[in-house]
Write a protein that binds this ligand. Structure first.
Ligand code: CUA
Length: 350
């Protein structure tokens, strides 16, 4: 155990093995095997300098202690070489840590285009997982803990192994945080805002899912399980009745909302009307009336509904009415976003 404690993590980290160590749960995503070596690098770097500095402190305090009463320190001059080194070495180490982390951060921020779209919503005190393209929705189910026998809610989250999955995370009430330790991924779920990340889970199995932001009385019960499914299991899941959508109209819910609320001013064929057409705007960089630009994404569409005058597209006049949560709730906003997405991305339309 002690040997594992001292060396296991280092070896796993440096060899990138998909195993757990004393320090970390199993590595179950490609991101985990990319980032764990950085964790171990920082850990052992800190351990090295801790021993070095504490050792030096101890040694110096013994060596230079007052040996005879009234003994004075010899006059100390500065040492240019030493001062240069104790600035240069930490600088190089910090730049290495920054570059290494930055590489992971950039990769985490750019999901591949073919990623499976998943919406995650946190609410007091459970998670809802929606698959807009699959017409499935995993809500919390009641389970009995096999060890304690206690009843509680749990959300099951199914993902295919080896396929990129993109999460769009939000919350309905307070701040939560969607945390899958085995994937080394944690992101805040913020009310009225979309955050997200993507991952490729490469090891089929079942993993823990937690809320990692203290969100109230039952925070610790806000948990779930991530099921990473093999090809065969995933195809079975798609056909199964697990996670059926609660709204049978969900298929064209977004389109119906468009017809009822947006059609008078926004077309879907590319021709501008009172406002810009929705065709092909997803992911596009729009020029705004004030000269700035904005990328059409979840947060921009949401803002345009809740606060239409915040960002006016160049060439159009402000004047759209506000769609607050009374007119369009979170689910409706998400459905409209998915509908606009389905009309093609910025790059598709010339
Ligand atoms: Cu939700 Cu803690």
């Amino acid at each position: 155990m002690m040997r594992e404690f001292l060396t296991g993590g280092l070896l796993h980290g440096l060899l990138g093995e998909a195993q757990s160590s004393v320090w970390m749960p199993p590595e179950a995503s490609t991101f985990a095997s990319d980032m764990d070596p950085l964790f171990y690098f920082i850990l052992y770097l800190c351990a090295f300098f801790f021993v070095l500095l504490m050792g030096a402190t101890l040694w110096f305090s013994l060596k230079y202690r007052e040996k005879t009463p009234g003994q004075r320190t010899s006059p100390i001059k500065h040492n240019g070489r030493l001062e240069f080194l104790w600035s240069a070495i930490p600088t190089v180490l910090l730049v290495v840590i920054f570059a290494w982390g930055q590489k992971g951060f950039v990769s985490l921020a750019t999901p591949p285009a073919d990623a499976l779209d998943v919406r995650v919503t946190g609410q007091k005190w459970n998670w809802t997982i929606d698959y807009p393209g699959l017409n499935k929705s995993c809500g919390p189910t009641s389970v009995t803990d096999p060890v304690t026998g206690l009843q509680g809610l749990q959300t099951d989250f199914y993902v295919p192994a080896g396929q990129p999955v993109k999460l769009t995370i939000s919350a309905t009430d307070v701040l939560h945080s969607f945390y899958i330790p085995a994937f080394r991924l944690k992101r805040d779920a913020v009310p009225d805002r979309y955050t997200g990340y993507w991952f490729t889970a490469d090891e089929p199995g079942v993993y823990d899912l937690f809320c990692a932001e203290y969100c109230g009385q039952q925070h610790s019960e806000m948990r779930g399980r991530v099921h990473v499914l093999t090809d065969l299991e995933w195809r079975a899941f798609l056909k199964s009745s697990r996670c059926p959508t609660l709204n049978p109209d969900a298929d064209d819910y977004g389109e119906k909302l468009y017809e009822a609320n947006c059609k008078t001013c926004h077309t879907v064929d590319g021709s501008p009307k009172v406002g810009p057409s929705f065709k092909g705007i997803w992911g596009k960089t729009e020029s705004l009336a004030d000269g700035s630009t904005v990328v059409v994404d979840d947060n921009y569409v949401r803002e345009s509904l809740r606060n239409p005058n915040a960002k006016i597209v160049a060439g159009f006049a402000p004047g759209m009415s506000v769609f607050d949560s009374g007119k369009l709730d979170d689910r409706a906003v998400n459905a409209l976003i998915d509908f606009i997405k389905s009309l093609g991305e910025g790059g598709d339309i010339k």
